[in-house]
Write a protein of this length. Structure first.
Length: 296
């Protein structure tokens, strides 16, 4: 069962102005700021690269196939975070900090979520390194040189998504509706759908959307139980750390991955098996996180 006081404190700032029209207007503000930031980055990119081979350069940048372009993709999420901050300040007249919950909880739960996720994921990563014939990715020297700024970008990317889906949307919907089908499930469905990428995922795209949405649902539950974004952020960060910086299927966002898996999203049979393992691992991590939250 949820601890009502914990969740109530997390949602309380959103209850001051819970109107649906404010949420819809806030989402428009968020989108406008996000797109404006991407356009600003595009202007800066154009100033650096010039008009020569612009189409090819932009396509490569969008796929994150090089260290620089991957970091660029991660930093586009600054606009998403700024958009959410603008929405809560301008439309809902509440503090930016209220999106996160108490900062002491945020950092403690972030570390706990990251450690729990890695404790479950690292044995599987070791198995891949020892027993699976992996392709080589980026050189270690390049990886280490780019890692500090890439880690910052990953904190921004995962933090921005958590602020929007488990912060802004979950809080505002919970302030207006009692049903978990609204404030937990709806943001999780949207979270899955924004990861719809048929060109990269091929026939596995809907499986990926489902697994991503399911991951979002578990994060939404842990956010409600913890009273902050910290644990969801830590899990999300650890997941993307492995998926972007260690192992890749070579379809997109692979510019800083050390190893390439011998299969891709278009290998439906093996992807079904691997995604099933992912779901089982997610449930185990979620159960351990719930245990940790009860014991803290």
């Amino acid at each position: 069962m949820l601890q009502p006081l914990i969740f109530d404190r997390y949602v309380a700032p959103a209850r001051l102005r819970p109107q649906l029209w404010r949420l819809l207007l806030g989402l428009l503000v968020l989108l406008a700021v996000y797109l404006g930031w991407i356009a600003l980055m595009g202007v800066g990119f154009l100033g650096i690269r010039g008009l020569r081979d612009l189409d090819a350069s932009l396509e490569g940048a969008g796929l994150g196939g090089t260290p620089a372009s991957l970091v660029g993709v991660l930093f586009t999420f600054v606009g998403m975070a700024l958009g959410a901050f603008a929405a809560v300040r301008v439309i809902h007249h509440r503090s930016i900090a209220s999106l996160f919950g108490p900062w002491a909880l945020v950092w403690r739960d972030f570390l706990a979520g990251m450690v729990i996720f890695l404790a479950i994921a690292v044995p599987g990563a070791v198995y891949l390194l020892v027993f699976v014939e992996l392709g080589s990715g980026v050189a270690w020297t390049v990886w280490l040189a780019w890692l500090p700024v890439a880690i910052l970008g990953l904190l921004i990317q995962t933090g921005a998504e958590e602020v929007v889906f488990r912060g802004y949307l979950q809080q505002q919907l919970a302030a207006r509706f009692l049903s978990r089908w609204v404030w937990m499930v709806l943001p999780s469905v949207l979270f899955g759908l924004v990861h719809y990428a048929p060109d990269e995922m091929g026939s596995a795209v809907w499986m990926v959307v489902f697994v991503t949405g399911f991951f979002g649902l578990l994060l939404a539950d842990l956010t409600a139980r913890s009273g902050s974004l910290g644990m969801a952020w830590g899990l999300h960060f650890a997941n993307n750390l492995l998926a972007m910086f260690v192992f890749t299927t070579g379809e997109a966002l692979d510019g800083l991955a050390l190893y390439r898996l011998p299969f891709g999203p278009k290998d439906t049979e093996i992807m079904t098996y691997m995604l099933g393992l992912d779901v089982a691992g997610m449930v185990l991590v979620w159960a351990l996180c719930r245990w940790w939250l009860r014991a803290r």
